[in-house]
Design a protein around this ligand. Structure first.
Ligand code: DLL
Length: 434
């Protein structure tokens, strides 16, 4: 087993706790002294830095939310003067203002280190070519993967997103071992390869570091088969740093959260911390950042945390795949629907459809109506009405079994759903217009 920072990645739980406690105590004092909006939150609930003695006191502290970043746009949450800020990143989100994050040199170094740990998990080393097809820009994907690979000493192809035929050519001709991009783009690359008459043996890739959007284990199987690689999940968000907040090892039993930098909690609906093994909203405290540290940042991502030793030897807790968000969870006719459940159901339908889909929710009178636009595969595509109807019924049944509600299935031609080079747009919720 290879590691990037073995001592820290395999640190004992006791030592890790002491490190977290020491860092949290310092952080709270630092935030109180340097970030006025956070100091106000603490004052409002009557908490002082001296009340925080160790990591167990985390639960006493107020939360930070995306609206805090927006309300203090652009620089209100920075803890350092501009001369110490080396870079900005941000994410546009679904609506409203950009969420701005400022990084000091030290923040960038830590981010590069956690991303290096993550890429090493996928097999990156000094001799590897790492192909980065995440977008470079305000989005953290491209730069995050790039900095991590650079620290390892790998050779980087900073392809960014777009021009899929050229991506495939670069992967093949530059002998890329590791592919970094969104899982939906990985699948798109696989499709394009197929169109070009290429098979997995025609490309040198060994592993993929895929994240930035939710994906299922069924989708993993599909990508692994079609690209002939090991596909691993990487998680992160710009507010906390970027990709590499957590990363799946080859045991594929959850993503290790780099807890010496990012302390996770999972909260129930009452915003009280849950135990390991219980599903809830993921919350992070950054205990080593100094440009724009965040305390108890509510990610809105839903997952489960697991402790216990991992066969890879790393001691940091693991998080399950993200199964939805507290805010993009669809409630259709009173039933909670997560796009990941639907995706898994589609993949279970076998090779009659591709995993490209769009969920469309409309309101007819007082009733919600769920439609799912699904792309047929080349193999199954047919003009025969009875055959199309048979396929439609089969998918309808699979989705009904998975979600507990009926959905109208709209079958469409292969490659007719618009592909995204970044995060796929899966949900069109027309109810918001009514
Ligand atoms: O998506 C950072 C990133 C880049 C992660 C590349 C992994 C790879 P944001 O644009 O700020 O940052 O979006 C963060 O994306 O709160 C999740 O909802 C979602 N997300 C990120 N990674 C995963 C993943 C980047 N592996 C938001 N699985 C997060 C599911 C993910 N959702």
């Amino acid at each position: 087993m290879r590691y990037y920072q073995k001592k820290l990645e395999c640190i004992s739980r006791g030592e890790l706790r002491s490190l977290q406690s020491e860092r949290l105590v310092k952080l709270v004092r630092y935030m109180y002294d340097n970030v006025a909006p956070y100091r106000k939150k603490m004052v409002d609930i009557g908490i002082e830095p001296g009340d925080i003695k160790d990591i167990d006191d985390l639960k006493l502290l107020p939360f930070t939310e995306k609206t805090d970043l927006r309300d203090n746009y652009p620089f209100g949450l920075l803890a350092k003067p501009m001369k110490d800020i080396s870079r900005f990143h941000g994410s546009s989100g679904t609506s409203g203002k950009l969420t701005v994050v400022g990084y000091t040199k030290s923040d960038l170094k830590i981010w590069a280190q956690v991303m290096a740990r993550s890429l090493v998990m996928a097999g990156a080393d000094k001799d590897s070519v790492v192909h980065v097809a995440y977008g470079y820009g305000l989005f953290t994907g491209g730069f995050g993967a790039h900095m991590g690979a650079e620290l390892i000493g790998s050779t980087i192809t900073p392809a960014s997103s777009g021009n899929t035929a050229r991506q495939i050519m670069l992967i093949r001709d530059f002998n890329a071992k590791i592919l970094c991009c969104t899982p939906s783009y990985a699948l798109y690359i696989a499709e394009e390869m197929q169109k070009l008459g290429m098979s997995p043996e025609d490309i040198p890739l060994k592993a993929g570091v895929f994240g930035a959007e939710p994906w299922t284990n069924e989708m993993r199987d599909e990508i692994e088969k079609r690209l002939g690689i090991t596909a691993l999940d990487v998680y992160g968000l710009s507010e906390i740093s970027g990709p590499g907040v957590s990363m799946e090892c080859t045991v594929k039993n959850g993503m290790h959260i780099w807890e010496d930098h990012f302390v996770p909690e999972v909260l129930g609906a009452d915003l009280k911390p849950l135990k390991y093994g219980e599903k809830g909203e993921l919350v992070f405290t950054t205990i080593t950042k100094d440009g724009m540290p965040l305390i108890r940042y509510r990610t809105r991502d839903i997952c489960t945390l697991y402790d216990g030793k991992c066969a890879c030897g790393r001691t940091h807790v693991r998080m399950s795949k993200i199964v939805g968000r507290t805010d993009d969870m669809l409630i259709i006719r009173g039933i909670n629907v997560f796009p990941s459940q639907l995706e898994a159901a589609l993949i279970r339908c076998g090779n009659i459809v591709t995993p490209n889909y769009q969920i469309i929710v409309d309101r007819e009178g007082l009733l919600d109506r769920l439609s799912v636009k699904v792309e047929m595969s080349d193999e199954a595509f047919t003009d025969t009405v009875s055959e199309v109807e048979r396929i439609r019924k089969a998918i309808e049944k699979e989705i009904h079994d998975a979600l507990g509600i009926g959905a109208k299935i709209i079958l469409c031609e292969p490659r007719s759903i618009v592909r995204s080079e970044g995060k796929a747009v899966r949900i069109i919720d027309n109810r918001k217009k009514y």
